[in-house]
Design a protein around this ligand. Structure first.
Ligand SMILES: Cc1cc2nc3c(=O)[nH]c(=O)nc-3n(C[C@H](O)[C@H](O)[C@H](O)COP(=O)(O)OP(=O)(O)OC[C@H]3O[C@@H](n4cnc5c(N)ncnc54)[C@H](O)[C@@H]3O)c2cc1C
Ligand code: SF4
Length: 325
Protein backbone atom coordinates (compact mmCIF):
# COMPACT_ATOMS: atom_id res chain seq x y z
CA UNK A 1 0.00 0.00 0.00
CA UNK A 2 1.43 3.37 -1.00
CA UNK A 3 1.71 6.20 1.53
CA UNK A 4 -0.84 8.98 1.41
CA UNK A 5 -1.53 12.10 3.42
CA UNK A 6 -4.69 12.08 5.54
CA UNK A 7 -6.63 15.36 5.64
CA UNK A 8 -9.47 15.79 8.12
CA UNK A 9 -11.42 18.98 7.36
CA UNK A 10 -13.61 20.24 10.22
CA UNK A 11 -16.37 21.82 8.17
CA UNK A 12 -17.83 21.76 4.67
CA UNK A 13 -15.97 24.91 3.58
CA UNK A 14 -12.60 23.51 4.64
CA UNK A 15 -13.40 20.32 2.70
CA UNK A 16 -14.51 22.11 -0.46
CA UNK A 17 -11.47 24.49 -0.34
CA UNK A 18 -9.12 21.57 0.04
CA UNK A 19 -10.79 19.62 -2.75
CA UNK A 20 -10.71 22.64 -5.05
CA UNK A 21 -6.92 22.73 -4.66
CA UNK A 22 -6.24 19.00 -4.71
CA UNK A 23 -9.10 17.15 -6.41
CA UNK A 24 -6.84 15.65 -9.10
CA UNK A 25 -4.59 14.11 -6.44
CA UNK A 26 -7.07 13.32 -3.67
CA UNK A 27 -9.80 10.80 -2.85
CA UNK A 28 -12.81 11.27 -0.60
CA UNK A 29 -13.41 8.94 2.32
CA UNK A 30 -16.54 8.30 4.37
CA UNK A 31 -16.03 5.12 6.42
CA UNK A 32 -13.27 3.84 4.14
CA UNK A 33 -14.68 0.29 3.84
CA UNK A 34 -14.43 0.39 0.05
CA UNK A 35 -11.91 3.17 -0.54
CA UNK A 36 -9.14 1.63 1.57
CA UNK A 37 -9.46 -1.69 -0.29
CA UNK A 38 -9.04 0.18 -3.56
CA UNK A 39 -5.92 1.90 -2.24
CA UNK A 40 -4.46 -1.31 -0.76
CA UNK A 41 -4.94 -3.09 -4.07
CA UNK A 42 -3.45 -0.11 -5.93
CA UNK A 43 -6.50 0.30 -8.13
CA UNK A 44 -6.31 3.98 -7.21
CA UNK A 45 -3.26 5.86 -5.93
CA UNK A 46 -4.34 9.10 -4.25
CA UNK A 47 -1.71 11.34 -2.66
CA UNK A 48 -4.27 12.75 -0.21
CA UNK A 49 -7.27 11.07 1.41
CA UNK A 50 -9.89 13.58 2.48
CA UNK A 51 -11.67 12.05 5.46
CA UNK A 52 -15.15 13.60 5.69
CA UNK A 53 -16.01 11.89 8.97
CA UNK A 54 -14.76 14.78 11.16
CA UNK A 55 -17.25 17.25 9.69
CA UNK A 56 -19.96 17.75 12.32
CA UNK A 57 -23.66 17.73 11.42
CA UNK A 58 -23.53 15.35 8.46
CA UNK A 59 -24.48 12.21 10.36
CA UNK A 60 -28.02 12.85 11.55
CA UNK A 61 -31.48 11.80 10.41
CA UNK A 62 -34.13 14.51 10.83
CA UNK A 63 -37.72 15.01 9.86
CA UNK A 64 -39.04 18.39 8.73
CA UNK A 65 -42.48 19.38 7.44
CA UNK A 66 -42.47 17.24 4.32
CA UNK A 67 -39.14 15.40 4.07
CA UNK A 68 -36.81 13.10 5.94
CA UNK A 69 -33.21 14.33 5.75
CA UNK A 70 -30.32 11.88 6.03
CA UNK A 71 -26.78 13.23 6.40
CA UNK A 72 -24.33 11.61 3.98
CA UNK A 73 -22.05 10.62 6.87
CA UNK A 74 -24.83 8.68 8.64
CA UNK A 75 -23.66 5.10 9.05
CA UNK A 76 -25.63 2.33 7.38
CA UNK A 77 -26.20 0.83 10.85
CA UNK A 78 -27.71 4.10 12.16
CA UNK A 79 -29.95 4.25 9.09
CA UNK A 80 -31.10 0.65 9.58
CA UNK A 81 -31.83 1.17 13.28
CA UNK A 82 -33.61 4.52 12.95
CA UNK A 83 -37.26 4.26 13.99
CA UNK A 84 -38.47 7.06 11.68
CA UNK A 85 -36.99 5.18 8.72
CA UNK A 86 -38.44 1.87 9.84
CA UNK A 87 -41.92 3.33 10.36
CA UNK A 88 -41.93 5.45 7.19
CA UNK A 89 -39.81 3.68 4.57
CA UNK A 90 -39.81 -0.07 5.14
CA UNK A 91 -38.02 -0.70 1.82
CA UNK A 92 -35.07 1.48 2.85
CA UNK A 93 -34.96 -0.14 6.28
CA UNK A 94 -34.82 -3.58 4.63
CA UNK A 95 -32.11 -2.48 2.19
CA UNK A 96 -29.93 -1.10 5.01
CA UNK A 97 -30.26 -4.38 6.92
CA UNK A 98 -29.52 -6.49 3.86
CA UNK A 99 -26.09 -5.12 3.13
CA UNK A 100 -22.62 -6.30 4.14
CA UNK A 101 -21.95 -7.29 7.77
CA UNK A 102 -22.75 -5.57 11.09
CA UNK A 103 -19.10 -4.45 11.35
CA UNK A 104 -19.18 -2.88 7.87
CA UNK A 105 -22.57 -1.28 8.50
CA UNK A 106 -21.20 0.29 11.71
CA UNK A 107 -18.46 2.04 9.74
CA UNK A 108 -19.78 2.41 6.19
CA UNK A 109 -21.71 5.59 5.45
CA UNK A 110 -24.73 6.36 3.30
CA UNK A 111 -22.67 8.67 1.03
CA UNK A 112 -19.99 6.00 0.63
CA UNK A 113 -22.58 3.37 -0.15
CA UNK A 114 -24.10 5.54 -2.87
CA UNK A 115 -20.69 6.33 -4.41
CA UNK A 116 -18.93 2.98 -3.96
CA UNK A 117 -16.99 1.57 -6.90
CA UNK A 118 -18.00 -1.53 -8.87
CA UNK A 119 -17.15 -5.07 -7.82
CA UNK A 120 -16.37 -6.42 -11.33
CA UNK A 121 -13.55 -8.90 -10.75
CA UNK A 122 -11.54 -7.53 -13.66
CA UNK A 123 -11.81 -4.01 -12.28
CA UNK A 124 -10.74 -5.21 -8.82
CA UNK A 125 -7.76 -7.15 -10.18
CA UNK A 126 -4.69 -4.87 -10.01
CA UNK A 127 -3.09 -6.79 -12.89
CA UNK A 128 -5.95 -6.07 -15.31
CA UNK A 129 -6.14 -2.80 -17.22
CA UNK A 130 -9.72 -2.92 -18.49
CA UNK A 131 -11.67 -0.08 -20.10
CA UNK A 132 -12.85 1.29 -16.75
CA UNK A 133 -9.22 1.69 -15.73
CA UNK A 134 -8.17 3.35 -18.97
CA UNK A 135 -7.51 0.23 -21.05
CA UNK A 136 -9.11 -0.57 -24.39
CA UNK A 137 -11.06 -3.78 -23.64
CA UNK A 138 -13.93 -4.95 -21.52
CA UNK A 139 -12.82 -8.39 -20.33
CA UNK A 140 -16.29 -9.34 -19.09
CA UNK A 141 -17.61 -9.23 -22.65
CA UNK A 142 -16.88 -12.77 -23.88
CA UNK A 143 -15.17 -13.39 -20.52
CA UNK A 144 -16.42 -14.35 -17.06
CA UNK A 145 -19.72 -12.53 -16.83
CA UNK A 146 -21.76 -14.34 -14.19
CA UNK A 147 -22.35 -11.26 -12.04
CA UNK A 148 -22.53 -8.66 -14.77
CA UNK A 149 -25.21 -6.46 -16.31
CA UNK A 150 -28.16 -7.59 -18.42
CA UNK A 151 -29.31 -4.01 -19.12
CA UNK A 152 -27.39 -0.86 -20.09
CA UNK A 153 -24.06 -2.54 -20.98
CA UNK A 154 -22.15 -2.11 -24.24
CA UNK A 155 -19.08 -0.19 -23.17
CA UNK A 156 -18.76 -1.78 -19.73
CA UNK A 157 -20.99 -4.36 -18.02
CA UNK A 158 -20.59 -3.58 -14.32
CA UNK A 159 -23.58 -3.70 -12.05
CA UNK A 160 -23.93 -0.87 -9.60
CA UNK A 161 -23.45 -2.65 -6.25
CA UNK A 162 -25.29 -0.37 -3.80
CA UNK A 163 -28.36 -1.68 -1.97
CA UNK A 164 -29.34 1.77 -0.71
CA UNK A 165 -29.42 3.40 -4.16
CA UNK A 166 -32.39 1.45 -5.64
CA UNK A 167 -34.33 1.76 -2.38
CA UNK A 168 -33.77 5.52 -2.12
CA UNK A 169 -34.50 6.15 -5.81
CA UNK A 170 -37.76 4.20 -5.61
CA UNK A 171 -38.77 6.57 -2.79
CA UNK A 172 -38.07 9.67 -4.88
CA UNK A 173 -34.95 10.73 -2.94
CA UNK A 174 -32.91 13.83 -3.78
CA UNK A 175 -29.17 14.30 -3.29
CA UNK A 176 -27.50 17.48 -2.04
CA UNK A 177 -23.99 18.02 -3.35
CA UNK A 178 -21.37 20.47 -2.06
CA UNK A 179 -18.38 21.97 -3.85
CA UNK A 180 -16.35 25.19 -3.86
CA UNK A 181 -19.05 26.60 -6.19
CA UNK A 182 -21.77 26.13 -3.54
CA UNK A 183 -24.52 23.58 -3.20
CA UNK A 184 -26.75 21.87 -5.75
CA UNK A 185 -29.61 19.41 -5.41
CA UNK A 186 -30.74 16.78 -7.91
CA UNK A 187 -32.94 13.68 -8.00
CA UNK A 188 -30.73 10.84 -6.74
CA UNK A 189 -31.61 8.92 -9.90
CA UNK A 190 -29.81 11.60 -11.95
CA UNK A 191 -26.61 11.14 -9.96
CA UNK A 192 -25.88 7.97 -11.93
CA UNK A 193 -24.83 7.77 -15.58
CA UNK A 194 -24.29 4.84 -17.92
CA UNK A 195 -20.74 3.86 -18.98
CA UNK A 196 -21.30 5.31 -22.44
CA UNK A 197 -21.32 8.78 -20.82
CA UNK A 198 -17.94 8.24 -19.13
CA UNK A 199 -16.74 4.67 -18.69
CA UNK A 200 -14.32 5.68 -15.91
CA UNK A 201 -17.07 6.92 -13.56
CA UNK A 202 -20.47 5.80 -12.29
CA UNK A 203 -21.80 9.17 -11.14
CA UNK A 204 -22.00 12.67 -12.57
CA UNK A 205 -20.15 14.17 -9.60
CA UNK A 206 -17.42 16.45 -10.91
CA UNK A 207 -13.97 16.93 -9.35
CA UNK A 208 -14.27 18.48 -5.90
CA UNK A 209 -17.96 17.62 -5.39
CA UNK A 210 -19.29 15.39 -2.62
CA UNK A 211 -22.66 14.30 -1.20
CA UNK A 212 -23.77 16.03 1.99
CA UNK A 213 -27.41 14.94 2.32
CA UNK A 214 -30.08 12.66 0.93
CA UNK A 215 -33.68 13.71 1.46
CA UNK A 216 -36.87 11.75 0.86
CA UNK A 217 -40.40 13.17 0.53
CA UNK A 218 -42.82 11.85 3.13
CA UNK A 219 -44.98 9.11 1.60
CA UNK A 220 -48.50 9.68 0.34
CA UNK A 221 -51.26 7.91 2.20
CA UNK A 222 -51.53 4.25 1.22
CA UNK A 223 -47.91 4.08 0.03
CA UNK A 224 -45.92 0.98 0.94
CA UNK A 225 -42.37 0.05 0.11
CA UNK A 226 -40.25 -3.07 0.16
CA UNK A 227 -36.80 -4.35 -0.86
CA UNK A 228 -36.24 -7.84 -2.19
CA UNK A 229 -32.59 -8.92 -2.51
CA UNK A 230 -31.45 -12.18 -4.04
CA UNK A 231 -27.89 -13.12 -3.15
CA UNK A 232 -25.82 -16.27 -3.51
CA UNK A 233 -24.94 -16.68 0.14
CA UNK A 234 -27.27 -16.23 3.08
CA UNK A 235 -24.55 -14.40 5.06
CA UNK A 236 -23.17 -11.11 3.71
CA UNK A 237 -23.20 -10.78 -0.04
CA UNK A 238 -23.85 -8.26 -2.78
CA UNK A 239 -27.15 -8.50 -4.67
CA UNK A 240 -27.22 -10.81 -7.67
CA UNK A 241 -30.56 -9.17 -8.35
CA UNK A 242 -32.53 -6.79 -6.14
CA UNK A 243 -35.84 -4.99 -6.44
CA UNK A 244 -36.96 -1.89 -4.57
CA UNK A 245 -40.67 -1.27 -4.94
CA UNK A 246 -42.64 1.70 -3.66
CA UNK A 247 -46.34 1.69 -4.47
CA UNK A 248 -49.61 3.30 -3.57
CA UNK A 249 -51.87 0.42 -2.63
CA UNK A 250 -55.62 0.98 -2.88
CA UNK A 251 -57.46 -2.10 -1.62
CA UNK A 252 -56.20 -4.99 -3.74
CA UNK A 253 -54.85 -2.79 -6.57
CA UNK A 254 -51.80 -0.73 -7.39
CA UNK A 255 -51.90 3.06 -7.73
CA UNK A 256 -48.62 4.73 -8.76
CA UNK A 257 -45.74 2.27 -8.63
CA UNK A 258 -41.98 2.85 -8.62
CA UNK A 259 -39.68 -0.13 -9.29
CA UNK A 260 -35.90 0.25 -9.25
CA UNK A 261 -33.53 -2.72 -9.51
CA UNK A 262 -30.00 -3.46 -8.39
CA UNK A 263 -27.53 -6.06 -9.67
CA UNK A 264 -28.72 -5.88 -13.26
CA UNK A 265 -27.24 -2.72 -14.79
CA UNK A 266 -24.35 -0.26 -14.41
CA UNK A 267 -26.77 2.13 -12.70
CA UNK A 268 -29.86 1.53 -10.51
CA UNK A 269 -32.30 0.35 -13.18
CA UNK A 270 -35.89 1.56 -13.35
CA UNK A 271 -38.54 -0.77 -14.81
CA UNK A 272 -40.48 2.01 -16.53
CA UNK A 273 -42.74 -0.21 -18.66
CA UNK A 274 -43.76 -2.31 -15.67
CA UNK A 275 -44.49 0.82 -13.64
CA UNK A 276 -46.82 2.18 -16.33
CA UNK A 277 -48.57 -1.18 -16.84
CA UNK A 278 -49.21 -1.89 -13.16
CA UNK A 279 -51.04 1.36 -12.35
CA UNK A 280 -54.64 0.41 -11.55
CA UNK A 281 -54.00 -3.35 -11.91
CA UNK A 282 -54.75 -5.94 -9.24
CA UNK A 283 -51.81 -6.97 -7.07
CA UNK A 284 -51.49 -10.45 -8.52
CA UNK A 285 -48.66 -12.72 -9.67
CA UNK A 286 -49.82 -12.91 -13.31
CA UNK A 287 -50.01 -9.09 -13.58
CA UNK A 288 -46.60 -8.63 -12.00
CA UNK A 289 -44.98 -11.25 -14.25
CA UNK A 290 -46.57 -9.69 -17.32
CA UNK A 291 -45.35 -6.26 -16.25
CA UNK A 292 -41.71 -7.21 -15.68
CA UNK A 293 -41.55 -9.19 -18.93
CA UNK A 294 -42.19 -5.93 -20.81
CA UNK A 295 -38.94 -4.52 -19.48
CA UNK A 296 -37.13 -7.83 -19.84
CA UNK A 297 -37.59 -7.59 -23.62
CA UNK A 298 -34.76 -5.03 -23.45
CA UNK A 299 -32.43 -7.34 -21.52
CA UNK A 300 -29.18 -8.28 -23.32
CA UNK A 301 -27.52 -10.97 -21.19
CA UNK A 302 -23.90 -11.97 -21.69
CA UNK A 303 -22.72 -15.59 -22.02
CA UNK A 304 -22.95 -16.47 -18.32
CA UNK A 305 -25.68 -14.31 -16.84
CA UNK A 306 -28.97 -15.10 -18.63
CA UNK A 307 -30.12 -16.65 -15.33
CA UNK A 308 -30.64 -13.08 -14.08
CA UNK A 309 -33.59 -12.68 -16.44
CA UNK A 310 -35.60 -15.33 -14.57
CA UNK A 311 -34.37 -14.11 -11.20
CA UNK A 312 -35.51 -10.58 -11.90
CA UNK A 313 -38.99 -11.77 -12.86
CA UNK A 314 -39.20 -13.74 -9.63
CA UNK A 315 -37.88 -10.90 -7.49
CA UNK A 316 -40.38 -8.43 -8.96
CA UNK A 317 -43.46 -10.57 -8.46
CA UNK A 318 -42.40 -11.52 -4.94
CA UNK A 319 -41.75 -7.89 -4.04
CA UNK A 320 -45.10 -6.87 -5.52
CA UNK A 321 -47.10 -9.57 -3.74
CA UNK A 322 -45.48 -8.69 -0.41
CA UNK A 323 -47.08 -5.22 -0.61
CA UNK A 324 -50.51 -6.86 -0.41
CA UNK A 325 -49.77 -8.42 2.99
C1 LIG B 1 -17.07 -7.42 2.47
C2 LIG B 1 -17.92 -6.28 1.95
C3 LIG B 1 -19.26 -6.51 1.72
C4 LIG B 1 -20.07 -5.48 1.24
N1 LIG B 1 -21.38 -5.75 1.00
C5 LIG B 1 -22.18 -4.78 0.50
C6 LIG B 1 -23.54 -5.05 0.19
O1 LIG B 1 -24.05 -6.16 0.36
N2 LIG B 1 -24.29 -4.03 -0.31
C7 LIG B 1 -23.79 -2.78 -0.51
O2 LIG B 1 -24.52 -1.89 -0.92
N3 LIG B 1 -22.50 -2.51 -0.25
C8 LIG B 1 -21.68 -3.46 0.26
N4 LIG B 1 -20.36 -3.18 0.52
C9 LIG B 1 -19.80 -1.90 0.01
C10 LIG B 1 -19.46 -0.74 0.96
O3 LIG B 1 -18.33 -0.98 1.72
C11 LIG B 1 -20.53 -0.31 1.89
O4 LIG B 1 -21.67 -0.23 1.13
C12 LIG B 1 -20.29 1.04 2.61
O5 LIG B 1 -21.55 1.61 2.90
C13 LIG B 1 -19.47 2.07 1.87
O6 LIG B 1 -19.41 3.22 2.70
P1 LIG B 1 -18.04 3.90 3.19
O7 LIG B 1 -18.43 5.12 3.94
O8 LIG B 1 -17.16 2.93 3.92
O9 LIG B 1 -17.40 4.26 1.79
P2 LIG B 1 -15.89 4.68 1.48
O10 LIG B 1 -15.08 3.46 1.35
O11 LIG B 1 -15.43 5.73 2.41
O12 LIG B 1 -16.14 5.34 0.04
C14 LIG B 1 -16.62 4.59 -1.05
C15 LIG B 1 -16.52 5.47 -2.31
O13 LIG B 1 -17.42 6.56 -2.20
C16 LIG B 1 -16.72 7.81 -2.23
N5 LIG B 1 -17.38 8.65 -1.21
C17 LIG B 1 -17.45 8.39 0.11
N6 LIG B 1 -18.23 9.32 0.70
C18 LIG B 1 -18.64 10.17 -0.26
C19 LIG B 1 -19.46 11.34 -0.27
N7 LIG B 1 -20.03 11.82 0.83
N8 LIG B 1 -19.68 11.96 -1.45
C20 LIG B 1 -19.11 11.49 -2.60
N9 LIG B 1 -18.33 10.39 -2.65
C21 LIG B 1 -18.10 9.74 -1.49
C22 LIG B 1 -15.27 7.48 -1.94
O14 LIG B 1 -14.38 8.40 -2.57
C23 LIG B 1 -15.15 6.08 -2.53
O15 LIG B 1 -14.90 6.11 -3.90
C24 LIG B 1 -19.51 -4.19 1.01
C25 LIG B 1 -18.17 -3.98 1.26
C26 LIG B 1 -17.38 -5.00 1.70
C27 LIG B 1 -15.92 -4.73 1.96
S1 SF4 C 1 -17.39 -4.74 -17.01
FE1 SF4 C 1 -16.37 -2.71 -16.88
S2 SF4 C 1 -15.08 -2.92 -15.09
FE2 SF4 C 1 -15.55 -5.00 -15.78
S3 SF4 C 1 -13.97 -5.61 -17.27
FE3 SF4 C 1 -15.58 -4.66 -18.43
S4 SF4 C 1 -14.92 -2.49 -18.61
FE4 SF4 C 1 -13.81 -3.40 -16.88
Amino acid sequence: MRDFMLAQPRDINQATDLLKRTSERSALMGGGTDLLDEIKNEIIRPEIVVDLSRIPGLDSIDRDKDRIRIGALTTVAALGENTIIQETFMGLHMAAHSLATPQLRNVGTVGGNLCQRPRCWYYRDPQVECRKKGGSRCFAFRGRSRYHAIFGGGTCYIVFPSDLAPALISLGAEATIASANGERTMPLEDLYALPRVDVRRETVLTAGEFLTEISIPLPRSGAKSTYHKIKERSTWDFAVVSVAMNAEVAGESFGNVSIVCGGVAPIPWRLGKAEAFLKGKPIAEDQLRKAVRMDLEDARPLEENAYKVDLLETAVYRAGLSLKE
